[in-house]
Design a protein around this ligand. Structure first.
Ligand SMILES: NC(=O)c1ccc[n+]([C@@H]2O[C@H](COP(=O)([O-])OP(=O)(O)OC[C@H]3O[C@@H](n4cnc5c(N)ncnc54)[C@H](O)[C@@H]3O)[C@@H](O)[C@H]2O)c1
Length: 327
């Protein structure tokens, strides 16, 4: 059976493509390479196309025997979404709607969506369960929230079946060293520390020392990208076997402050991380921590790589190997 992976040339998509191929699925990567990278395509058939262009989506769907669609393709920078909300609402919503339209035209009903913990906004309860109120605090998070609402309406009206996976902080790299993070610009903490240590970034900024947390820095739930990829396999098998729509957190129920991550990076790399203190970024909440009960029970999924040492080590190995090649 063929699986369409929109955004399969990106960070999380490429790790999921690797897992899909290992599981024997035939993969069609649909990507416009706006942030995706050739280096992250290690298998599968590639259709270069843009989700804003329905004809190019139809071309990919013209390939027969498609069982499901995994949708990773979106703009992902929270900061940019404040400055240019129009870009985010247009790209993230219209492109997703186009994808759903072609799915309905071709009778494909199974859909896995890359959502985000950003749908919750400022947590009222920790760890955050899926039933937590949804109150996103930035345009990026709003696009994920609105798209989840669209999915619910499409299920009601057209029988679409979806699993919306709400990722917490994706981090780490393929343990076999084939894949890793190559965002441009990089806004995530761990790669920014490591790229700074490799001399690929001029400075390292620590945003916010006055959060209401133990050491004053923001606390996040980091999940290894290979564990995320494996959760997609479980979700896909689940929806193919018994189509039912769900919202599911993907996190670890463990969290680390920025200073704790810096300390881990120093231990693993043997280098000192000198940082520049900067004010909090708009929309950064103090703490994110996932309840992972639903994912474990419903997907029968277990974390394998998400201890913080493995996350930082695999990321470090990837960035060292790619030093000089980073965007
Ligand atoms: N990285 C994280 O920590 C994180 C956390 C929560 C949710 N997510 C979500 O996971 C998904 C994947 O994130 P990522 O970090 O792998 O991002 P990424 O930028 O590495 O990957 C996105 C991919 O989608 C492609 N793409 C974007 N717009 C497209 C379009 N219009 N048509 C075709 N292809 C297009 C890009 O070229 C890229 O290959 C996103 O939806 C993101 O919002 C990521």
């Amino acid at each position: 059976m063929k699986i369409i992976v929109a955004g399969g040339a990106g960070y999380i998509g490429s790790h999921t493509v690797k897992a899909l191929i290992r599981e024997g699925f035939e993969v069609i990567i649909f990507d416009n390479f706006s942030s995706g990278k050739k280096e992250l395509v290690i298998g599968g058939e590639v259709v270069v196309g843009d989700l804003m262009d329905k004809e190019s989506i139809r071309k990919a769907f013209g390939l027969k025997d498609i069982g499901a669609v995994l949708h990773f393709a979106s703009l992902i920078q929270v900061g940019e979404s404040y400055v240019n909300p129009q870009k985010y609402y247009t790209q993230n919503l219209i492109s997703g709607l186009n994808l759903l339209e072609v799915m309905l035209e071709t009778g494909i009903k199974n859909f896995i969506f890359s959502s985000s913990a950003a749908v919750y906004g400022v947590p009222q309860q920790l760890p955050i369960p899926e039933s937590h109120p949804l109150n996103p605090v930035n345009p990026y998070g709003q696009t994920k929230f609105f798209f989840e609402k669209i999915l619910e309406d499409y299920e009601r009206a057209y029988g679409l079946k979806f699993i919306s996976l709400r990722y917490f902080n994706a981090a780490g790299a393929d343990p076999e060293g084939q894949l890793g993070e190559l965002h441009e610009p990089e806004t995530h903490l761990i790669p920014n520390i490591l790229l700074f240590l490799l001399g690929e970034k001029e400075g390292f900024n620590l945003f916010g020392m006055d959060f209401p947390t133990e050491d004053g820095t923001a606390v996040r739930d980091y999940i290894h990208v290979t564990d995320l990829a494996n959760a997609h396999i479980r979700a896909l098998k689940k929806i193919l076997a018994s189509p039912r729509s769900e919202f599911i957190n993907l996190g670890t129920n463990k969290s680390y402050s920025v200073l704790e991550i810096i300390k881990k990076a120093e231990e693993i790399t043997g280098q000192k991380v000198n940082y520049t203190k900067k004010p909090k970024r708009k929309g950064d909440v103090p703490v994110l921590l996932a309840s992972k009960q639903k994912a474990e029970q419903l997907l029968e999924w277990k974390l394998k790589y998400s201890n913080i040492e493995t996350i930082v080590e695999t990321a470090w190995n990837w960035h060292k190997k790619n030093a000089g090649a980073s965007p």
